[in-house]
Design a protein around this ligand. Structure first.
Ligand code: MN
Length: 752
């Protein structure tokens, strides 16, 4: 018996070794030092011997798979592949870093060290997680390969997520979407980013994923026809030039389609640019720059097809900050479909697929990247942020995330220099981007020669001249409108000291007031105060008191107040928390021992009886029937978010332990506020007809109506009280039948 087990294991190890050989054979960049890679494999194999993954396969297959992603999909070299093979060795065995250093040299050892420190980085505890995220960035600054290999590790774990228990899948998927995919994007690893997003969606919303997958499959033949019909004339023209090229075409990724559906609030059928086509060419050796040749191909395309003038994106004149270069346009096919076409040289394509790694590829020998590019600037930027970070790492995470997600605009200095900035940047952000001194003393800006306030949001192509005055001092309110991490960090830095003083002052004021009543600051009192003054943390409470925006005049009332968290009781009722003594008079005491009540059950049913107990999140405004999750905050209040709400996604990945699944029961008692937007042709009587349709609907009440008409087209916003999504759909269908009405959509956010 024992013998046969060993035999099976030996056989599997042989398979693993063969996989490694295949990998080396496939990647010329690994031929430089095959020995090092084999040595790394043997050590890893030894270290993990006998271990199996949850899927049942031998553990060593995981590091090999990660090494393959690192070498083939990201294109890294020998040292990275060795480090990938060793990435779990220190964590799982008693081999230490000194051993690794003597065996593989200092570089491989440092990378493995960085990876080991990242193990278990994302913990349940939110602030710890943010802190760990900082560690992740620090290690990235030391050597970008750490984060590249970590991405490969995550990608393989996502590919094999099936073998994880369901409750873990959810969190891993949310975390991947929240942190790893944006980093992959920022590093320009397009293929990795796309796959991470698709896999996250697959596990987070299996039904949606399957639905979209099916729709794409159903339309496959149609797509192929469109592409073929477009491609034939293009090929003729390119061949005539003697150009070497490939044309690739495929639908957009499932995630990006879904993302667009969410953003525009439209069904699959209304996403008009599902098809994307890529022309990758080898530049002709005719003295013409790559860029010029891209425009040459563009010109051929527009000879043949009508381009959409709003959809031209020129990333060849100014590459994106992540290094991406290409020329994008959207053309109309003869059958009336919009198709996005990306024009890239072979080199540009390489950079686009592998991002920063493509720059790395030929440079690994020296271990230094000599030339400075935008990514280097970005990393330098992170380094600066890390140096200035204060105790609030969650805030930092937010600021950082902001810059990961943002798309970019190009702003010109008076001298015509280009700065790439995130969308939403203001004149003040731009001032800080150039120099913090300019930021601190900024009083205004000339945008395209016109004087504008510092809070003015910039548009791509704006030329901006910053106006300063020595008398100007930084203002705390600036934080309300600046959007870049750099500006935020710099402004906070100035006010951190001031804030500290206010916090200390506030704490002193509270404890003095309490002393008069022979009381001291304790968890129970703080909890009451947080609740009554509507602030979320102790620190914030002290600060607000210290700076005078919370007055302690009614402190007596606050202290004598009974907890108004009615829902906690309800909660206990519906979830059978058995501690009887937690009722009534003892409730306050029990809250102390359990300052942040969490439901025992991980699932809450939102019946009409429970409506007192939750708050509808204003950011996404869900109504019964929507896919929702519930977030329970520190004071025990429960907030309902639409599952697709970005805020909810953030909470799911950072505060996963405070999230409970929520389901609606059929609702016919209470109605919820929702907004619909209607557009159409403005003809006489159309508004009154629409309102008539609505008022005939029994289950709907109108709160307000607002219509506007321009150039024969109207747009209307109607605020309604409605029971659930079914009633809403019925109503929408009825309004759509009104003559002249073009679209009826539910709006996510109220503009109040
Ligand atoms: Mn791993």
């Amino acid at each position: 018996m024992a013998d046969s087990t060993i035999n099976i294991q030996e056989e599997e190890e042989e398979i693993a070794r063969r996989k490694l050989n295949d990998l080396i054979a496939e990647c010329p960049q690994l031929h430089k030092d095959e020995e090092l890679i084999r040595k790394a494999f043997e050590l890893a194999n030894e270290a993990h011997r006998g271990m199996r993954r949850k899927s049942g396969e031998l553990y060593i297959f995981h590091p090999i798979a990660v090494a393959r992603i690192v070498a083939v999909e990201i294109g890294l070299g020998v040292k990275s592949v060795a480090a990938a093979l060793l990435h779990d060795v220190v964590e799982d065995t008693d081999i230490n870093l000194t051993d690794l250093e003597s065996l593989f040299g200092p570089k491989v050892a440092t990378i493995v060290d960085g990876l080991t420190k990242l193990e278990g980085v994302f913990d349940q505890n939110a602030s710890l997680q943010a802190e760990n995220f900082r560690k992740l960035l620090v290690s990235m600054i030391e050597d970008v390969r750490v984060i590249l290999i970590k991405l490969a590790d995550r990608l393989h774990n996502m590919r094999t997520l099936d073998s994880m228990p369901e409750h873990k899948r959810y969190r891993i998927a949310a975390e991947t979407l929240y942190i790893y995919a944006p980093i992959a994007h920022r590093l320009g690893l397009f293929a990795v980013k796309t796959e991470l997003e698709d896999l996250s969606l697959k596990y987070e919303h299996p039904q949606i994923y399957r639905m979209l997958e099916e729709k794409l499959k159903m339309n496959e033949a149609d797509y192929q026809n469109v592409i073929d019909s477009i491609a034939v004339p293009i090929k003729e023209r390119l061949d005539a030039l003697g150009l070497k090229y490939t044309i690739k075409a495929r639908p957009k990724s499932i995630y990006s389609i879904w993302h667009k559906m969410q953003k525009k609030n439209v069904p699959f059928e209304e996403i008009y640019d599902i098809l994307a086509m890529r022309i990758i060419f080898e530049p002709l050796d005719n003295g013409m720059a790559e860029k010029t040749q891209c425009w040459g191909i563009y010109s051929i395309l527009t000879d043949l097809y009508r381009p959409n003038p709003d959809r031209l994106r020129d990333w060849v004149s100014t590459p994106k900050a992540n290094g991406y270069e290409a020329l994008h346009t959207t053309i109309m096919s003869p059958s009336g479909r919009w198709v996005e076409v990306q024009i890239r040289s072979k080199r540009m394509d390489e950079v686009a697929e592998r991002g920063y790694a493509a720059h790395w590829k030929y440079k690994e020998e020296g271990d230094d990247v000599a030339e400075s590019n935008d990514i280097d600037n970005w990393i330098a930027n992170i380094r600066q942020m890390l140096e200035n970070v204060d105790s609030n790492s969650l805030e930092f995470l937010d600021a950082f995330k902001l810059n990961l997600f943002a798309s970019e605009i190009m702003i010109f200095t008076p001298k015509g220099e280009v700065k790439v900035m995130p969308v939403g940047s203001t004149a003040l952000d731009f001032a800080f981007e150039i120099h913090s001194k300019l930021g601190y003393h900024c009083i205004g800006a000339k945008i395209n020669y016109k004087l504008e306030p510092i809070s003015r949001e910039l548009k791509s192509g704006d030329q901006v001249e910053i106006i300063t005055s020595e008398k100007q001092q930084p203002k705390y309110e600036w934080l309300d409108f600046v959007t870049t991490a750099k500006a935020k960090t710099k402004i906070r830095e100035i006010f951190r000291e001031e804030r500290k003083e206010a916090v200390a002052k506030g704490e002193k004021m509270i404890s003095e007031q309490l002393q008069e009543k022979k009381l001291a600051i304790n968890a129970r009192i703080i909890k009451k105060m947080l609740h009554s003054y509507h602030v979320s943390t102790k620190d914030e409470l002290f600060y607000q008191v210290g700076k005078g925006s919370i007055s302690l005049d009614n402190l007596d009332k606050v202290l004598t107040q009974k907890s108004s968290n009615k829902w906690i009781k309800m909660w206990k009722l519906s979830f059978g928390n058995n501690k009887e003594n937690e009722e009534d008079d003892d409730e306050d005491e029990s809250s102390v021992s359990n300052p942040s009540p969490m439901p025992k059950s991980k699932n809450v049913v939102l019946s009409d009886e429970l409506t007192q107990s939750y708050t509808i999140a204003p950011c996404c405004n869900p109504i019964p029937g929507d896919d929702v999750v519930a977030y329970v905050d520190e004071s025990g209040a429960m907030y309902l978010h639409a599952r697709r709400c970005p805020q909810a996604m953030k909470l799911m990945s950072s505060m996963g332990n405070r999230i409970v699944a929520a389901q609606w029961e059929s609702h016919k008692v209470l109605s919820y506020l929702t907004i619909i937007e209607i557009t159409g042709l403005d003809r006489q009587g159309v508004v009154s007809e629409i309102t008539k349709v609505i008022s005939f609907e029994q289950n709907v009440k109108m709160r307000s109506v607002h219509f506007e008409a321009h150039d024969g087209v109207f747009i209307g916003n109607i605020y309604l009280y409605i029971y659930n999504t079914d009633d809403l759909q019925t109503l929408i269908n009825k309004i759509l039948k009104v003559k002249g009405v073009d679209t009826v959509k539910r709006k996510e956010k109220s503009e109040q």
